[in-house]
Write a protein of this length. Structure first.
Length: 231
């Protein structure tokens, strides 16, 4: 069973978090560190995938500026999505070759982790054969977007726990016109803090991927400080 360092970093701006992912991916590819699971939240930001997404922003630029929403192009697959406070974002840095996983199996396992976390809150999550992620009927609660290079994964998932769903109205989430986003808190009818989901997620991630998750915030925090100091 491989070790996996799991770190919850709290609220982190998108750009230094991306640089941290890149550094960890390099270290993992060189086999200098074990697998890593970064868990965090971002300030409001739209991220655009490799192939398309800018045209899916339906709000005027002045609205984004007023709401303080940044826009970043990324190396992940998929279209556009939103990250913001109240959303648990997960960035697994895994060696798929060592785990003997293909990309399709990896995505299904990520979905399974989220489905199990939702079940802990009494919510039945589902897959949609046409669209990656986790759904509650016709509403989407978790988005997925990944990148795999030299067998090493980056980017990951975004689970809406208690986030501002209004910001999704400014885009066609995941490039799907008319999709309605929801959250754990909205479904339950009362607020759930992101921190209440981190331990269940780490536990289910360990079980689904067959890794031994070790909570180690120190490594990721020290590397993040390095990345933010050169921002």
């Amino acid at each position: 069973m491989n070790d996996c360092l799991a770190s919850y970093l709290g609220l982190v701006p998108y750009e230094p978090a991306l640089r941290l992912q890149q550094r960890l991916a390099q270290e993992r590819a060189a086999n200098r560190i074990p697998d890593v699971l970064l868990l965090l939240q971002h300030p409001p930001v739209f991220t655009i995938g490799r192939f398309r997404g800018r045209s899916e922003i339906v709000a005027p630029l002045e609205v984004l500026n007023r709401e303080g929403i940044e826009v970043f192009h990324t190396s992940r697959g998929g279209s556009i999505t939103y990250h913001g406070p109240g959303q648990l974002v997960g960035y697994p840095i895994l060696n798929l070759k060592e785990l003997e996983l293909g990309v399709r199996d990896y995505v299904r396992k990520l979905e399974e982790v989220i489905i199990r976390v939702l079940a802990d809150f009494g919510i039945v999550g589902e897959r949609n054969p046409q669209h990656p992620g986790v759904w509650l009927g016709d509403k989407k609660v978790c988005s997925l977007g990944i990148n795999v290079s030299r067998h090493i994964t980056m980017h990951g998932f975004a689970l809406n726990v208690n986030t501002n769903l209004k910001h999704f109205d400014y885009i066609n989430p995941c490039g799907i016109s008319g999709v309605v986003m929801t959250s754990i808190s909205k479904v339950l009818g009362h607020p759930i803090e992101v921190e209440a989901t981190t331990n269940p997620l780490v536990s289910h991630f360990s079980a689904v991927f067959g890794v031994k998750c070790i909570r180690d915030d120190g490594l990721a925090h020290s590397m993040l400080r390095d990345k933010m100091s050169i921002a």
